[in-house]
Each structure stands twice: as C-alpha cells, then as structure tokens.
Ligand binder design. Structure first.
Ligand SMILES: C[C@@H](O)C(=O)SC[C@H](NC(=O)CC[C@H](N)C(=O)O)C(=O)NCC(=O)O
Length: 348
C-alpha cells in the first residue's frame, strides 16, 4: 500500500485535473454557445459584448477609488449572475480505476463516458455519469500511478444520486457486494427516503428517492464552518442561487443548497454546517468541482472582489489553450472555472 502526502497529492492534482483541458484558443468573436445550459442561462453572448467597463480599479485613489470599487462590485455581481454557468464535473482521486468503474457502472448505473491516460504525468482520468458531458454533471476520477489509497478526511460529505426506488437500488448494490452504511428509510427529521452507500475508496454516495430526473448525479455535499459566510461567497463570487436552506436543530445541523438552477434539474452544492464545528480535515482524496464560464478573467476578478482566493490566475494552460481560473472558498474548498467554448472543443 502506498500513501501520498497531502502536498504530493496537491501537486498531482494540478497536473492531473488541469492538463486534460486542451483545445484551440478562444476566437475573438465567439460563436453561439454550443452547450445546453440550465434554463436560467439560455442567453448567447460574445466575449466582447459582455466585457465590463471600469473593471480595473488599480489606478483610482481616495474617494474615487471607493466610488469606483462600489460600482465595480455591483457590476461584478451583475455579471456573474448573467454568465453562462453550469457545474461540469467533480474531480477526485481513486486507488483502483477499474474497480471504481465497475462499481459505478454495475451498482450506480453510470456510463463510462471517456478515459484518458497521461503516461508522462503518470495518471489516468475516467469520466463517468448519466449522460453526455456537454449537458450533464459527471465525475472525473483520477488515478495516480502507484497510489492505491487516499485520506478522504472529514470535510467531504458525499455525492448525491437520485434514484426512483432507494430500496431496490440498495438491494442491487448489496447483491453486487457493495457496502451500505445507512439502510433505506426517511431522512432523520424529514420525509425524503435516503440511504448511504460507500464506493471502493470509501467515498459516500447518498441515494435520494425522487421521480425521473434529467440529472441523477445531483449533489456534492461539503461541510463548512460558517454557513452564512459560505452562502454569501457562493452567491456573490460564484453567482449561485440559494435554492433551499433547512435547519435541523434536533440533529444540530443546517444545510444550504446552492446552484445554478432548480435542484430537480441541476446538480447542486449542498453545504452542511454542523453546530459549533468551524473546521474540518480535508484529507487528500477529494479535489474540486469544475464550473463552466464564458470568461475566466472576469470570473477571477469577481471572485477576488468578494474575498475569494485565486489559486491559479486566469489564462490558457501552458502548452494547450483551454482557459481556466482556480480558487478556494472561505473553507479552502477548491473550484476550477473552465472556459465554456474551450470545454466543448475538448469534447470534440
Ligand atoms: C434530503 C436532505 O435533506 C438530506 O438528505 S440531509 C441528510 C442528512 N444530513 C446530515 O445529517 C448532515 C449533518 C451530519 N452531521 C453530517 O455532517 O453529515 C443525513 O445524513 N442524515 C442521516 C440520516 O440517517 O437521516
């Protein structure tokens, strides 16, 4: 068994999760958006037509600087809400790609969408999900050669999968030898029928009983230390909506569903605050979510304006031309924004 140190994991993350973005550079005048974005964002824009005036405030001084900053912040907020955003995929590391692919396809009903091996960087990616990547939220598994075990930590919660019959799904998973950590039944303090299972690496999947849905892979649950701070960040810096907030005092937690459209049609980020828990160990297994944007440069500016920390300045990846920007939220959870046009070209 080989364990990797958090730092090693973090550097392999940069390579393995970013280098797969490769496509020709962004044209000056963009063609119509080829994605099928969520209902909220159907407007087609060009890079030039959305460019914001007064974005650079570094030349301003004194009161002027304050006035300019205020306007800029307003514009930034407006722009992130109008941007064509969608959760594209969630990236995490696994110790045995074939075992995980077998589990996700046979037990969870996902399809293997694509696989790519990067021998020079010693990793392989596999993309799996319930529909094509140009219109569905999917998982991006990373296998780093020779690394068969990771620490999932305590901050990562689970991935949510909507199924029509949780009991039947659990029976199937048991028959296939899968691990069920919470038997089917109504969620404590609520009515939704849920169950929890574990994949071969110990990542938890919550099965949620719902009617037919276009987006069965429906949640990424992360624990946060200050829910209001997180809600404000994801609203203002990321342009997400607070879709639902529910306090469960009997079980001492509050959840907030954040996303780019209604929960029944779009994958969402489920932020969980456990009373009095301010910090979590993040381990080295879970990596990040990727979100599509029409402009990584403005995305990064808006994140900075709202107190986010940019961990990779916006721009094309070296050697290839897909434009990305990366940041961490107030708890240190990472997100990569990917240029929408470049992302679609990658899939061609
Ligand atoms: C339907 C939707 O509201 C849920 O499924 S919430 C699931 C619920 N979440 C939590 O308890 C979060 C707090 C917990 N302390 C944590 O940090 O994970 C849950 O997991 N319920 C368990 C159950 O058995 O019902």
């Amino acid at each position: 068994m080989v364990r990797i140190l958090p730092m090693a994991a973090s550097s392999s993350l940069h390579l393995s999760s970013l280098l797969h973005y490769s496509s020709p550079s962004d044209p000056i005048q963009r063609p119509p958006h080829p994605l099928s974005p969520p209902s909220r964002h159907r407007r087609i824009k060009t890079s030039k037509s959305t460019r914001m005036e007064g974005y650079n405030i570094t030349a301003c001084t004194g009161n002027m600087a304050q006035a300019s900053t205020a306007v800029t912040e307003e514009n930034a907020l407006e722009w992130v809400k109008k941007d064509n955003r969608r959760m594209l995929h969630v990236v995490y590391r696994v110790g045995d790609l074939d075992k995980t692919i077998k589990f996700y396809t046979e037990c969870l009903g996902m399809k293997l969408l694509r696989k790519r091996d990067i021998p020079e960087e010693r990793y392989t990616n596999a993309f799996l999900g319930y529909g094509p990547e140009d219109s569905h939220f999917v998982v991006e598994l990373t296998y780093n050669y020779g690394v068969d075990k990771y620490d999932i930590g305590a901050g990562f919660g689970h991935f949510g999968v909507a199924v029509e019959d949780v009991y039947k799904t659990v029976d199937l998973i048991k028959a296939k030898g899968g691990t069920v950590t919470r038997e089917p039944g109504p969620v404590k303090g609520g009515k939704t029928v849920i169950a929890f299972i574990e994949d071969p690496d110990g990542y938890k999947f919550e099965l949620l009983e719902r009617g037919p849905t276009p987006e069965p892979l429906c949640q990424v649950m992360l624990r946060v230390g200050d829910l209001d701070r997180s809600i404000e960040f994801y609203e203002k810096a990321f342009g997400m909506e607070l879709l639902r907030k529910r306090d469960n005092p009997d079980y001492k937690y509050t959840i907030a569903m954040m996303g780019y459209g209604p929960e029944d049609k779009n994958a969402v980020l489920e932020l969980t605050y456990n009373y009095d828990v301010k910090e979590y160990d993040k381990g080295n297994a879970y990596a990040q979510i990727a979100i599509g944007t029409d402009d990584v440069y403005k995305t990064a500016e808006a994140i900075k304006l709202h107190g986010g920390k940019i961990t990779r300045e916006p721009g094309p990846l070296p050697g290839i031309s897909t434009k990305i920007a990366a940041c961490v939220d107030p708890d240190g959870w990472k997100t990569v924004f990917v240029d929408n046009i470049d992302f679609v070209k990658e899939l061609e």
